[in-house]
Design a protein around this ligand. Structure first.
Ligand code: Z5A
Length: 213
């Protein structure tokens, strides 16, 4: 039996990942393909506890150090890979992940300025041999993404969402650089396009990838 396809979605807040993941999930299921959807940080019992800590840690407590933040995201991912992603892929189930290690490279590396070589080593250690086959980057102006997130959460932003526009500009530039460096894996899409148009492009790219295996 062929392994499942491992598809990841990346982009800054509000770029439309969750929306497109739901639509792709529906396409795959309609086509008769078993599919697992996971999110980061989280997706497991331990991971959801880490999510709570890393996203909701109160600002007025001692701030979380960037190095600690990096390791918390990596810890959540290490559990998710072993508990859910790797077993599903081995069983021929396709996996769609809302964020994976590119988020760490971009937010903690380009955003926080942590050492990119150290991040690569930590990412590799956390995931072992489980790497994405296909990554969709939904590129969006940070101001537009922020406005979408504000509207959705009625102004209640979490610890990461409360970062400055300058931070999110670095995140966006980091994603675009990563996509250029790893062009065969990445498909970059304009996140400001209508949902249906994006969904059609994503479904077409997934079908092409599946047919080429
Ligand atoms: N983080 C990190 O720093 N390091 C790491 O290693 C990892 C994560 C794994 C997780 O946040 C945070 O952790 C994230 C990065 C950091 N922080 N930030 N900022 P999260 O899981 O809570 O949320 P998110 O991943 O940032 O996604 P999101 O804000 O939930 O948005 P989304 O899933 O990309 O978008 P959406 O929910 O599909 O859409 C947002 C709104 O826009 C919604 O109202 C939609 O109806 C609307 N929408 C969607 N598509 C469109 C289009 N095409 N046009 C117009 N409107 C649209």
């Amino acid at each position: 039996m062929a392994n499942g396809l491992f598809i990841t979605f990346e982009g800054s807040e509000g770029c439309g990942k969750s929306t497109q993941i739901q639509l792709l999930h529906a396409h795959l299921e309609e086509a008769g393909a078993r599919t697992l959807v996971v999110r980061e940080p989280g997706g497991t019992s331990a991971g959801e506890e880490i999510r709570q800590l890393v996203l909701q840690h109160r600002k007025d407590d001692t701030p979380i150090a960037p190095e600690c933040e990096l390791l918390l995201f990596a810890a959540s991912r290490a559990q998710l890979v072993r508990e859910k992603i790797a077993p599903a892929l081995s069983a021929g189930i396709h996996v769609i992940a809302d964020r994976f290690y590119d988020s760490t490279t971009v937010y903690q590396g380009f955003g926080r300025g942590l050492d990119l070589r150290a991040i690569r080593q930590i990412n590799d250690f956390a995931v072992g041999r489980t790497h994405p086959d296909l990554t969709f980057l939904l590129d969006l102006d940070p101001a537009e993404g922020h406005a979408r997130a504000m509207q959705r959460s009625q102004g209640r932003l979490d610890r990461m969402e409360s970062e400055s526009m300058d931070f999110f500009e670095k995140v966006r530039a980091g994603y675009l650089r990563l996509a250029r460096e790893e062009a065969p894996r990445f498909t970059v899409l304009d996140g400001s396009l209508p949902r249906e148009r994006l969904a059609a492009e994503i479904w077409s790219a997934v079908q092409t990838k599946l047919a080429s295996r």
